[in-house]
Design a protein around this ligand. Sequence first.
Ligand code: NAP
Length: 283
Amino acid sequence: MAQIIDGKAIAAKVKAQVKEEAAALVRERGLTPGLAVVLVGDNSASKVYVRNKERACKEVGFVSRKHVLPEDTSQEELLALIDALNGDSAVHGILVQLPLPGHLDEKAVIARIRPEKDVDAFHVENAGRILLGDYGFLPCTPAGILTLLKESGIAIQGKECVVVGRSNIVGKPMALMMLGENATVTVCHSRTENLAEVTRRADILIVAIGRAKFVTADMVKEGAVVIDVGMDRDKEGKLCGDVDFDTVEQKASYITPVPGGVGPMTIATLMRNTLTAAQRAAR
Ligand code: NAP
């Protein structure tokens, strides 16, 4: 039976540390970390994510500023807001909640954020730095996963790590970061042949595909560490992950639950990145 990695508890620990450092920044430099969150349109999932981020800011003592723009906002209007936030010294982190409505050019919007305020680490400059192992900010979900592994005392060096999913925000940076930790890394995707054969090799299996309960026990090696990034709905409409938790739990040595695993760490890491941006601005 696997040990459950408690993402909520580890996230709480990270946030407590961030809160302490933020208070020191206020005390010593008179600077309160500020995060601006930009939401365009009426996507209900995005609204929940934004609300959670605002709540986390409050918890750690940051100023959070929400900019809600209508669905029909033009590219120029959105870029003008980004420019204003780039120039605002009270704003240390800028986060544009994705996805944007279809008529907007996401890449151009992200490219407009100053890299030192890009706390999501989606800007090409920050993404490129990951490739070079010279980190500016690390993207919140994979960086949060690395924290979960380390805080759980899981050895990474020399281990076989299989990442399923190659998105720019999770799979690809995750694979590079595990490589940076000296794991032997394989990346799988929708065209991978004999997926189960590959996943069964993994000492550490990280799944980020967006398919409810897709990874079953027969795809997992006995004693593997299983990290489930998915946020899906099962047939009953209940929140679940990409891993069939009940069966895989019997075989894994460690496993993250959904909810309460990777999700809380993503937000805690966003707080850490925003603090880092504020600390750099104070130098
Ligand atoms: P994405 O951009 O949709 O990418 C999905 C990836 O999975 C793609 O690389 C795709 O392969 C691969 N894939 C899809 N079906 C597959 C299959 N049958 N076998 C193997 N690979 C398959 O997704 P994402 O943004 O990375 O998100 C993945 C999941 O994580 C979603 O459920 C999302 O909600 C969740 N998520 C959670 C958090 C969190 O904080 N907890 C953060 C981000 C995302 P191709 O490249 O070949 O198409």
